[in-house]
Design a protein around this ligand. Structure first.
Ligand SMILES: [Zn+2]
Length: 210
């Protein structure tokens, strides 16, 4: 009844032990099960790995979602237009007054004024003596031919105050069916963008004037 032989579920840790067990009890090697080598304690980094893989999966999913959203949004012509519109406003502003270049309308008007003691009657007079590139006189949002002067210009009197508007651009229709954003260049070189957020988009409330 009491079979002293190891049961078939008996595990011995190593092959050598198994051989000895088989030999001792007249068993075939196949009857003795050899257990796997004792397990090493799992390194701590295993947890990190699992966490890392989970994070990676979430990251990939988020990137995918972001890409999908971007495609959806960039396919939306209104949003596309708003982004493009903000870029054109920025470029137009640099045409009017560019602190890091003398190739802007403001600097050219000043050079003209310095030379003749008055402002020109037309912006076209600035090119080519005071403006190297005629393209500066063309607003990037203006769909008409590139050599068209897009800006409305009112020659200021020599004694006019600093906040006198010299140049205006009304080519920026940011929202379909609404009045265009009008950029205004003051005599002192400041560019005003009424109803336009500093972050680069249209706003409902006008900025408090200063
Ligand atoms: Zn413009």
């Amino acid at each position: 009844m009491n079979d002293p032989r190891p049961s078939e579920h008996h595990y011995t840790p190593f092959v050598n032990d198994a051989y000895q067990t088989a030999h001792k009890w007249g068993m075939k090697m196949s009857e003795v099960q050899i257990s796997a080598p004792p397990e090493q304690p799992k390194p701590k980094s295993n947890c990190f790995m699992v966490g890392g893989i989970t994070c990676l999966v979430i990251f990939v999913l988020l990137v995918g979602l972001g890409f999908w959203l971007f495609k959806q949004l960039s396919g939306n012509s209104m949003i596309k237009k708003a982004f493009g519109g903000a870029k054109l406003v920025a470029e137009c502003q640099l045409n009017m007054a560019n602190p890091s270049s003398d190739q802007c309308i403001y600097a050219a008007l000043e050079r003209y004024n310095t030379k003749y003691g008055r402002y020109p009657q037309k912006l076209g007079e600035l090119y080519p003596t005071f403006l190297e590139k005629r393209s500066v006189l063309h607003c990037p949002a203006d769909p008409s031919p590139k050599d068209t002067i897009s800006y409305e210009y009112t020659p200021p009197a020599e004694t006019a105050p600093a906040n006198t508007i010299m140049v205006e651009c009304n080519r920026h229709i940011l929202i379909e069916g609404q009045a265009p954003l009008v950029l205004k260049l003051q005599k002192d070189g400041q560019v005003l963008k009424p109803n336009y957020a500093t972050s680069g988009g249209p706003v409902d409330q006008p900025k408090p004037g200063n």
